[in-house]
Design a protein around this ligand. Structure first.
Ligand code: SF4
Length: 352
């Protein structure tokens, strides 16, 4: 066994340089190593999923990122703003289907200040006290802080007081060279870090994601993972990591070729091995398809994320994958794992 393999199988932390070397490994060796590290991080064979819904309350966005097909200026979806009654109607459908988590997310609307968000969150919580709000994003929090001339920490405190439970870490790619090119009006890497520190100060949890295949180098992929590992070392608030490939269709970057299945099946085990301080790695069935996500369960992933009763942002890029609880249960069982429906805090609600 070579030195790096020994390090991985004995559960030691690997360096950024060593992570780079993993991209040259044979895919089967890499997958096995990813699964070995999954067993160290999470020895059970359970794979969870949650019944949730994303409610994208507006697509009006002043950032107009070139990798996004959802915002109104991409000219695919007419500008819209949901009313509270629209939002309530969608959540009623979710609760009727046994759903427990809502992700309220929207574009960076030029006129939305803190009161709009706190009223929305408070309104939902009053009407649906049992619903867990895993909502907004670091970019929205920075947007609110700018529009309301408040510190990021005070914005997070106000959102928490209104009823916000946790915030998805919506990380895109945490590499300023890439962000400058494709989303110059969205937050910088430092601002993303600031939001996570503000969440930490407010005793709130988050997640981290990775959208790769946007023109970054292999080294920059590891740079992204390093930002996440470092911040998790200092805060411990990241519950899960979710890598997915960029879907270029219908975006201002449609000339880029989509990342391949092989690239996805490398990212999952590399993330599992490198992010030794994060328990859950989610398989991204929405962008990668259910079959590839199922394979990821053998290579380091241990969660299937949400059934996403409604999703608009990725759908705008032409992706049509849909699923439901029964299908996820079947896929997880067929992968030799034990399916569990979980809550937002990763507690098992039901075993299948
Ligand atoms: S990715 Fe987010 S911030 Fe960027 S244009 Fe789309 S909605 Fe706006």
């Amino acid at each position: 066994m070579n030195f790096l393999k020994e390090k991985i199988y004995s559960g030691e932390r690997i360096s950024a340089e060593e992570a780079l070397e993993l991209f040259t490994w044979d895919i089967i060796d890499l997958g096995r190593a990813g699964d070995a590290r999954r067993k160290i991080a999470f020895p059970k064979e359970e794979v969870g999923f949650i019944v949730d819904r994303i409610v994208n309350f507006t697509n009006i966005c002043e950032a107009a990122c070139s990798f996004c097909a959802f915002h109104a200026r991409a000219n695919l979806i007419q500008p819209y703003e949901l009313t509270m009654e629209d939002i309530f109607g969608k959540i009623e459908e979710l609760t009727a289907a046994g759903g427990t988590q809502v992700m309220l997310q929207g574009g960076l609307h030029p006129d939305y200040t803190l009161a709009i968000y706190t009223n929305m969150i408070n309104g939902v919580k009053k009407r649906f006290p049992g619903i867990y709000l895993h909502s907004l994003s670091p970019a929205e929090i920075v947007h609110i802080s700018r529009k309301s001339s408040m510190s990021i920490t005070n914005v997070v405190t106000a959102l928490k007081e209104a009823g916000l439970d946790s915030v998805p870490g919506a990380s895109d790619l945490l590499v300023d060279r890439i962000r400058q090119r494709i989303s110059p009006k969205k937050i910088t890497v430092d601002e993303w870090r600031n939001v996570l520190h503000a969440l930490y100060r407010n005793d709130m949890k988050t997640s981290a994601t990775m959208t790769y295949g946007m023109g970054e180098t292999v080294k920059e992929k590891i740079e992204h993972l390093s930002v996440i590992r470092d911040i998790q070392d200092s805060t411990g608030i990241i519950r899960a990591f979710i890598p997915w490939s960029f879907s270029p269709a219908n975006t201002g970057m449609s000339h880029i070729l989509p990342a391949t299945g092989m690239e996805y099946l490398k990212i999952v085990p590399i993330a599992r091995i490198f992010l030794d301080n994060i328990t859950y790695i989610q398989a991204g069935w929405l962008t990668e398809g259910l079959k590839l996500a199922q394979l990821a369960l053998a290579m380091g992933a241990n969660d299937m994320g949400g059934v996403l009763m409604e999703e608009v942002v990725v759908k705008a890029t032409g992706i049509k994958t849909r699923t439901n609880s029964d299908e996820l249960v079947g896929i997880i069982k067929n992968a030799g794992k034990i399916p569990v429906q979980r809550d937002s805090q990763y507690k098992v609600a039901r075993k299948f």
